[in-house]
Design a protein around this ligand. Structure first.
Ligand code: ADP
Ligand code: MG
Length: 271
């Protein structure tokens, strides 16, 4: 008579090669906390020219820029800040290392595709605005949108909306020479944001303004970027300006020497 319980495994049964596991398979690594970085730079090096004695402008930079993050880039003149921005934005190809945007390596793109990416995904604000003097404020904002393929109608509606949001209602038809420095920088910010960029690059955007005007422009730039969901990478010499950003990197001799992260109120509560 067989007394074995029906559920008992007979001694003679071969062992299963892999025991079945209830529930989800264990993860080998912790999942990343958020979406992947919008920009990822690895082992960036850049030397201008080919002279053997040339000192590198970038000397081994690793940097992740998160979606909608604001990052201040500080450091003495000549330490590589502008070069870093230009390499991250695909304006110059690094001598060595890689930059990925949205997971895509910039170095694998053709020149034409890189230009399209710059026009569609990146916005730029330079120290002196670099507005075209013969165009009105409105036309300065519209032009890059149309170069990127927007219809005049859409580009005009977007441009008017941004100029108004940045406090320039009533000034759309002025030429740059008829605007104050702070107003001209607001036009440059509207131009940078009108294309709904993933990243705004700003190279000493308040460097040519007096301190009060500069801080007002900066507030507009950080808030508008945040509202637009764009990451902001901003070179500045002013610690008060950097303090507005969530993270600051301090560069020296083509390297990141130090990083600081500003604790947000939300992080203070969660962690
Ligand atoms: P920063 O913006 O921090 O002042 P840059 O990135 O402009 O620094 O410059 C970094 C280094 O590269 C400096 O030594 C500078 O002289 C050099 N450099 C910058 N641009 C060029 C260029 N177009 N040709 C040759 N050297 C350059
Ligand atoms: Mg510079």
């Amino acid at each position: 008579m067989n007394t074995t319980h029906p559920s008992a495994v007979p001694q003679s049964a071969p062992a299963l090669p892999v025991p079945p596991v209830a529930g989800p398979a264990p993860q080998p690594q912790a999942l990343p906390a958020g979406p992947p970085p919008v920009l990822q730079a690895r082992r960036l090096r850049h030397t201008y020219g080919r002279s053997a004695s040339a000192t590198p402008a970038l000397n081994g930079i690793d940097l992740d820029i998160q979606v909608a993050e604001s990052l201040a880039v500080m450091g003495p003149s000549g330490c590589g800040k502008t070069t870093l921005l230009h390499v991250l934005a695909g304006i110059i190809a690094p001598t060595d290392g890689t930059v990925h945007h949205g997971g895509q390596p910039l170095q694998d793109l053709s020149d034409a595709a890189r230009t399209r990416l710059r026009r569609s995904a990146f916005g730029f604000v330079f120290q002196d605005g670099q507005l075209l003097p013969e165009l009105t404020a409105l036309e300065n904002v519209i032009l890059p949108r149309m170069l990127a393929g927007s219809s005049r109608r859409t580009a005009t509606a977007d441009a008017r909306g941004w100029l108004d949001r940045l406090g320039l209602a009533g000034l759309h038809d002025r030429r740059p020479g008829q605007l104050s420095g702070g107003q001209a920088q607001r036009v440059a910010i509207a131009r940078a944001l009108a294309g709904r960029p993933t990243v705004v690059f700003a190279d000493e955007p308040t460097g040519a303004l007096d301190q009060a005007t500069g801080h007002a422009v900066l507030e507009v730039l950080t808030e508008a970027s945040r509202e637009a969901g764009a990451s902001l990478v901003m070179v500045t010499h002013d610690p008060a300006v950097a303090a507005v950003c969530e993270r600051t990197i301090a560069m020296r001799d083509g390297r990141i020497e130090q990083q600081f992260r500003r604790r947000t109120a939300a992080e203070g509560q969660v962690r």
